[in-house]
Design a protein around this ligand. Structure first.
Ligand code: PLP
Length: 466
């Protein structure tokens, strides 16, 4: 049979021009940004793979939704549309909108965690862990060991290790564990999914001890696509059916609408418990806005409601994850060390192996992201020691096993040709890796340092020598 390809299930109605820069321009811009890709001006970037957060292209239907924003302070029609959509698609009872995901994390952490509590999770996410720590909680990693191994080919590398969880419950006691944070997919492990069987088992164990389970549902629909493709018994189920089952194993979720939900801003907290939802509605007024808008305009809530339905269309998700896979396969064939299996929202370069001559104290992932920008104007993100920060007690750097650079693919934004250009740059850079010079920190903020820290090359004035 001849090869039959699939293509994006949409066509392009409006374009945004990209600025092409020279290498000299980019060297200057990189130095001015302290070799931190978060501090670059987007106008200096050619292909922006910093994040898939809030960078998706909205559909014509979402834009049409923006025009029917009901900008009432209280009780906007768009809130009720969003609430109904989340109830139907995710299955949770109460919906509290927030300006983005961390707004929901803030409220959940404040309401549930007491000083000295432990919050287990299948790896951490930066903002999630910080909100837990700010209210006196301590994060405990209960993800399976293979998640820390970039070469393990397990299909569900995001799974919780039930033995680790059981041991933790025994050690600290169930009364000191307010909830387990279940990430689907696991961003920091390379966008790796959890299996339905694992969610079911985690839920059963937690319920036995009276521990709640809250899902970080930011990319739960992407997770459901992997369940459909990889887990026995789910091939014929719709993404919608799979999502409802997954959510049913949990007591609620925090959500960054800027990912799965295909909007540029927005999020929500969803809960099943009536009393907890009342307390959350009361608290959202303090930090975000009234409980029927939570920091969002009516039009933002409308766009999110429409985006949630679109995220559950199989053709959309196949093209979304298919594009990530396409880039990953190009890099793999080019012998670039990447995290396997290829994740849901991006391709993760194994910077430790890419730059074996740069010690972890010189931040190989930060360095590689800076060098890639200088080479081709592709902007990526560090996900390694800089993101991991310092131990709050000892002040020592965390050096996680995974020292990664994330090439994150915005949804419905770039074409296959953009993926080709990106792969060509990464492959050529890999060939020239000896020309890459490590970095040291010159400025470090207290919280979430990766956003604003500044660096300089450890020798000379260039991160990528000529
Ligand atoms: C982006 C993200 C968050 C935080 O959401 P924001 O909308 O950026 O505040 C939380 N968890 C995960 C897994 C994320 O990717």
């Amino acid at each position: 049979m001849n090869k039959r390809s699939w293509a994006e299930p949409y066509k392009i109605k409006m374009v945004e021009h990209l600025r092409v820069t020279t290498k000299a321009d980019r060297e200057k811009a990189a130095a001015e940004a302290g070799y931190n890709t978060f501090l670059l001006k987007s106008d200096d970037v050619y292909i922006d793979l910093l994040t898939d957060s809030g960078t998706s292209a909205m559909s014509d239907r979402q834009w049409a939704g923006m025009m029917i924003g009901d900008e009432a302070y209280a009780g906007s029609q768009n809130f009720y549309h969003l609430e109904q959509t989340i109830r139907e698609c995710y299955g949770y009872k109460h919906v509290i909108p927030t300006h983005q995901g961390r707004g929901a994390e803030h409220i959940l952490s404040k309401l549930c965690i007491k000083d000295g509590d432990t919050v287990p999770g299948n790896m951490y996410f930066t903002t999630t862990r910080l909100h837990q720590e700010l209210v006196g909680g301590q994060f405990a990693d209960v993800i399976i060991d293979q998640a820390h191994d970039p070469d393990s080919e397990l299909p569900f590398k995001g799974n919780v290790d039930l033995n680790k969880l059981a041991r933790l419950i025994e050690q600290v006691g169930p009364q000191r564990i307010p909830y387990l944070a279940l990430h689907a997919t696991v961003n920091m492990a390379g966008g790796q999914p959890i299996s339905m069987a694992n969610a079911r088992d985690v839920s059963a164990m937690c319920r036995k001890f009276g521990i709640k389970v809250f899902m970080d549902a930011t990319r739960a629909v992407e997770n459901c696509y992997f369940i459909k493709k990889r887990e026995a018994g789910y091939a014929d189920r719709s993404l919608q059916e799979i999502l409802r089952e997954l959510c049913a194993y949990t007591d609620g979720c925090t959500m960054s609408g800027k990912k799965d939900c295909l909007v540029n801003i927005g999020g929500f907290l969803a809960l099943n418990d009536d009393d907890l939802a009342d307390a959350a509605r009361n608290m959202v007024v303090v930090y975000e806005g009234l409980h029927t808008y939570g920091g969002l305009a009516g039009r933002d809530m409308e766009a999110m409601a429409v985006g949630i339905r679109e995220s559950l269309q199989f053709d959309h998700m196949r093209a979304r994850i298919g594009q990530v896979e396409y880039l990953g396969e190009l890099l793999r064939k080019g012998d670039v060390p990447i995290v396997r299996p290829i994740g849901g929202h991006g391709v993760f370069l194994n910077a430790a192996r890419f730059l074996p001559h740069i010690p972890c104290e010189q931040f190989p992932a930060q360095t590689l992201a800076a060098a890639l920008y200088v080479d081709s104007g592709v902007r990526a993100m560090e996900r390694g020691a800089v993101s991991a920060g310092r131990d709050p007690k000892t002040g020592k750097n965390h050096f996680p096993e995974l020292e990664l650079v994330r090439l994150t693919i915005p949804r419905r934004v770039y074409t296959q040709a953009h993926m080709d250009v990106t792969a060509e740059s990464v492959i050529e850079l890999h060939g020239n890796r000896d020309k890459i010079v490590g970095l040291r920190i010159t400025y470090e903020p207290k919280h979430l340092r990766f956003f604003q820290a500044r660096f300089e090359p450890v020798e000379g004035s260039k991160v990528l020598r000529d």
